[in-house]
Design a protein around this ligand. Sequence first.
Ligand SMILES: O=C([C@H](O)CO)[C@H](O)[C@H](O)COP(=O)(O)O
Length: 210
Amino acid sequence: MNIQLALDRLEIAEAIELTRKVESSIDWIEVGTSLIKEFGVASIKEMKQAFPNKQIVADIKTIDNARYEFELCFDAGADVATVMGVSPIVTIDACMEVANRYQKKVMIDLLNTSAEQKRDLMKYTDAIFCEHVSKDQQEELGSQNHGTKQSVFSGFQVAAAGGIKLESIGDLARSLNPAVVIIGSAITKAENPAEAAAQFKQLILQSEGK
Ligand SMILES: O=C([C@H](O)CO)[C@H](O)[C@H](O)COP(=O)(O)O
């Protein structure tokens, strides 16, 4: 399992400073939707410049105007960009085309995606499918992603996101077994982010028998 550090609701300089503290324990860096909305693609550019050897995920959550948005992300240095699974198929086709042209990757966020649409998404065998419990579901409903529900994408590259805590890792490993585990607040809001990230890393290695 790769750890994707989700950076949200921070200034770019704060995001860089925080990432430096946890750099050795994390694998991928997510420039969160909130950073892209507040600071634009400059946030992607600055993170890639600061961490040229890390995979940078632009969590742009595209739902329309895919060619424009994905080209913006990849031109700014993103290695992966996200599109909502509920988008029209023509939008996701455009994301895949742009990603193939740039030799980058697409992450499809499955938030609120119907079972029928999920079946249609299965043609994107190169994509990463993200099982996501949203911030509003976390804050308003008290939900978290424990990976307990079975994903129809279990044979694909899967990511998991949404309120993931140290206690969630065991269940996640046993159920979804995601290739990428996306962790935001449990690291960024921890009293000691470096220690929190190291604990996640250790637990994940343990769950993989390493
Ligand atoms: O995608 C995210 C969310 O929609 C806010 O933009 C976060 O990256 C994801 O939820 C991970 O953050 P935490 O839930 O704080 O772990």
